[in-house]
Design a protein around this ligand. Structure first.
Ligand SMILES: *Cc1c(COP(=O)(O)O)cnc(C)c1O
Ligand SMILES: [Zn+2]
Length: 414
């Protein structure tokens, strides 16, 4: 662990030891892990990474955990797919889909929970917990089960069925809170102050957040060690968005890739887009909103990394894009029907934003473009029920032909 220096306040720069801390005592700014990049530069190389395991742990030199303590559930090194069909429709020749919906609990959250749970084990916590918009609950529950820890996951009570079941199956205590995510988060912050529980995205947040960087490293490696020209990333708290950029900058600084000149675009649903709205108003100060969106995994009205997300957009000459609520399911369908990838509502938001950026010419035809698909469609089945229509028939030839004819007639009549 010689490569990790300390925790450092993102605002005033004050330094703290590597402990379960997350806010600065002096200015209440968020703490971030600081590394000794000279020490890392001495050991890291493309070869060393390539010889590592086919998981996110191949980048352990750039993560704040003791890799030997980490639970390797097989997270990461997910497919980067050259999306020729979708690219063809959008006029993009070099469009890639980073399909992170195939992680052990079917979302990118396994990356952040992998680092946070390893750290919780190192610190000697018995209880792994979280405030979740949905996917985090499943991942925390699975990692807790694997680690033999107690788990308690908190989420808004209107969460999709698939996400509740997908967390409960691992034996976690499920706490369905009558309120939105921001209210869940407030309750959990109070609990974290009063109990020795490891809330992965509260008191473990500095370590949690670092796991997202692996989504930058992998894409760069899979592109043959280069940064994309354009990234389209979904935003809830904004953490993933800022960390993808941090990861690309680290690779540049370590000489593993040529200078990253990636334009970073964040995508939010119309019903919860506080970061996009602040960006459009020309201010980095994000005003909280009350979420009302079908993209529940992105429903954070008061995003912890909103300010830093806007800084990332400005630094990279990127932008912030709203997906209208009625285009989210269309986005899910478009990706499924062109590339055979079934994503959840957050992915629908990304595809809707990608389409807008491509059709308006913000993304050029030959830009190497990566769209991050962060969650699996089987967990948000409610969202698409109205657009899926089986043909019902008895097991009889004539009945089948009749049902098909009836269906054809119906489609013709609109
Ligand atoms: C949590 C989540 C995100 C975004 O998370 P941030 O809070 O912005 O880091 C994106 N997509 C899915 C599917 C998620 O579950
Ligand atoms: Zn500070």
């Amino acid at each position: 662990m010689a490569h990790v220096k300390c925790l450092r306040c993102r605002e005033c720069g004050n330094e703290y030891p590597i402990e379960p801390l997350y806010v600065c005592d002096f200015c209440f700014g968020p703490l971030e892990v600081a590394y000794d990049y000279d020490a890392i530069a001495k050991v890291i190389s493309r070869d060393r990474i390539a010889n590592g395991p086919p998981t996110m742990w191949r980048y352990h030199d750039l993560l704040p955990v003791d890799a030997k303590m980490a639970l390797d559930m097989g997270t990461g090194f997910t497919p980067l797919i050259h999306a020729k069909n979708l690219g063809g429709k959008l006029g993009l020749n070099k469009l890639y889909i980073k399909n992170d919906s195939v992680n052990p609990t079917f979302s990118f959250k396994d990356r952040v929970v992998a680092t946070a749970s390893a750290k919780a084990l190192e610190f000697g916590f018995d209880m792994l917990a979280c405030a979740s918009t949905g996917n985090l609950a499943g991942s925390v529950s699975a990692h807790g089960a694997k680690a033999g820890m107690d788990t308690m996951v908190f989420f808004p009570s209107d969460l999709e069925r698939g996400k509740i079941l997908g967390a409960g199956i691992y034996g976690a205590t499920l706490v369905a809170v009558e309120g939105n995510y921001d209210q869940v988060n407030r309750l959990c912050s109070e609990l974290a102050d009063n109990h020795r529980w490891a809330f992965v995205n509260i008191n473990m947040r500095p370590f949690y957040a670092e796991g997202s960087k692996t989504l930058a490293y992998e894409v760069a490696e899979q592109l043959g060690w280069r940064a994309p020209d354009v990234c389209v990333v979904p935003g809830a708290s904004g953490s993933l968005f800022t960390k993808v950029w941090k990861g690309l900058k680290e690779l540049t600084d370590l000489g593993l890739i040529d200078k990253a000149e990636t334009r970073m675009h964040i995508a939010q649903p119309d019903g919860c887009s506080p970061i996009v709205r602040a960006y459009n108003e020309g201010t980095p100060h994000v005003r909280p909103v009350t979420p009302d969106t079908i993209a529940k995994s992105l429903a954070i009205g008061n995003p912890a990394d909103g300010f830093y997300s806007i800084k990332t957009i400005e630094e990279t000459d990127g932008s912030a894009v709203i997906a209208p609520e009625n285009e989210i399911v269309e986005g899910i369908q478009l990706l499924a029907e062109t590339e055979g990838i079934f994503t959840e509502t957050a992915g629908g938001v990304v595809i809707s934003a990608l389409r807008k950026l491509a059709l308006s010419g913000v993304i050029k035809p030959d830009d190497v473009t990566v769209a991050y698909i962060t969650g699996n469609g089987l967990k948000t089945q409610e969202a698409i029920e109205d657009v899926i229509h089986p043909v019902y028939t008895s097991p009889n030839y004539a009945d089948f032909m009749e049902s098909m004819a009836a269906r054809e007639k119906k489609t013709q009549n609109g």
